[in-house]
Design a protein around this ligand. Sequence first.
Ligand SMILES: Nc1ncnc2c1ncn2[C@@H]1O[C@H](COP(=O)(O)OP(=O)(O)OP(=O)(O)O)[C@@H](O)[C@H]1O
Length: 582
Amino acid sequence: MFRSIKRIIAWTGMRKKRLYIGFVYSFIHTMFTAMPIMATAYGLNLILEDISGKKPLASKEIILLTIYMIFAVLGRFLFSYLRAKTQESVGYEVSAEERTKIGNRLKRVSLGFFSNNNTGELTSAVTTDLSFIEMHGMKMIDTVVNGYISAFTMVLCMGFYNIWIAITAVIGIVLSAVFLKLLGNKSNQNAPIHQKAQDTMINATIEYIRGMPVVKAFKQEGVSIDGIRNAYKSSKDINLKIEKNYVPYNTMHHFVLKTASVCIIAISSIFAIKETMDIPTMLMMIIFSFVIFGNVETINNAAHVLKIIDATFNKLEPIENAEFIDYDGKDISLNNYNIEFQNVTFAYNNKNVLSNVSFQIPQNTTTAIVGPSGSGKTTICNLISRFYDVNEGSIKIGNVDIREMTCDSLLKNISMVFQNVYLFHDTILNNIKFGKPEANFDEIVETAKKACCHEFIMNLPQGYNTIIGDGGSTLSGGEKQRISIARAMLKDAPIVILDEATASIDPENEHFIQQAISALVHGKTIITIAHRLATIQNADQIIVVDNGQIVQRGTHMDLIEEAGIYKRFIEIREKAEGWIIA
Ligand SMILES: Nc1ncnc2c1ncn2[C@@H]1O[C@H](COP(=O)(O)OP(=O)(O)OP(=O)(O)O)[C@@H](O)[C@H]1O
């Protein structure tokens, strides 16, 4: 348990000083809590002396005692407030920084990281898991550390009057800690299971929402509804099982503390009967026995929460320590944009996808990559953008190995238009601006006009300030494409990577998209995963990929003369597009 507390304290980094100051406030707060109890005993003594006729009660003493009590209550509230103010906001501040840190780190890791760590796990780590630490971390510090500080401060006060009673209280606290330790061990086993169930539940929910069109189409009887039902049921079952596991330890923890309270009452009474303790002190000890364990009693709730926090830290560790793909990269400005693949071999995990691929792309030319599905076309583009690093060989742009560059300095030279457009749940303006955050409104409108977006944007209720649904869900496929082209155009990078849409788009949209692309690629170095005959035929160079290798390379006129994949591919495309080449 204290290991987890140490971890939370370490997590707060520079802010840990505030936690320590909070511990001091907590100590003072408890002293102020003990003061009225001692004052009560003192007052009782005065009353008893007055009743027995030993010493009459003076009004000055009553006034002083009242002032002392008011002072103690005020002090108690003041230090409780100061402790909360100093400690409680730390969790929220650290979590906010942590999220930004993780966001920045994820930007610089290889895309392979996202395949290995599924989206549900990453999402829950940054949202629910971090929120858990944010909400409970500081409360746990308060419950455990301040709880023990409070108990031991009261033991000190009791020890001041009677050492045996203080020892009894310490034995109670130590024995209850043994049961807490056993509870902690159980939680250690359960916390990862609890989190796994939570991740599965989040994954299943994301899947379900993403696959809603399919769910609806299949009348909600498909596999995904079973998946989500099972995930929720298993989460409920696991939580119930965990709760049952904790019952014996929780009960013993409370039992020991209650027994210690009873022992304190019994011992004080015995001392009083034997006249080695006066009645007011005995009463004070009895009052202490009721309050001393109050804070320790709630620590059992902390044991389980702390283990979940521990498991969350374990889960965050690989994300926080994920290696930057451009760890050694430098900010390099390129002199030219010739692209060169030299004997590139690449595998996703253990699956070999490209073998010994070499080719050059001179700057300001258009290269079309064609080949069967799964042959490695997208992978080639992903490697140019350094979403992954090659396993063997090298990729150079402007004669610089891209592994020598930071991702930022490389990617500022590249604009990408993907087939599956992703737009952020934000305004149209901000989605276009993503390509150049410093762009002003006029520049954005100018670009949107060139990308054939302006007209449909102006027909939307809030124009450029219209919020786009998640992933662009409120726009048509063609409209999304054009916005993504505007985004790339605004960036105005010298290299453009284009993945031509294969999905059928209506002729009007197709016309607008082609017009937008022509404006985008003007005067640039273009690599396009091409499907349209017009794009392929007009390219300066065509690279034909098959099964991870370059099997043909040349212009359309060269390749159409050769028997091979290209000729067959063109014939199929001609049929599909209804073309006849004379
Ligand atoms: N992230 C990934 N992890 C593992 N394997 C992958 C990953 N991405 C692609 N692959 C595999 O690598 C191979 C090449 O994929 P790639 O997407 O480059 O092909 P492609 O030629 O662009 O295909 P398509 O025309 O269908 O888009 C395929 O067998 C694919 O299954």
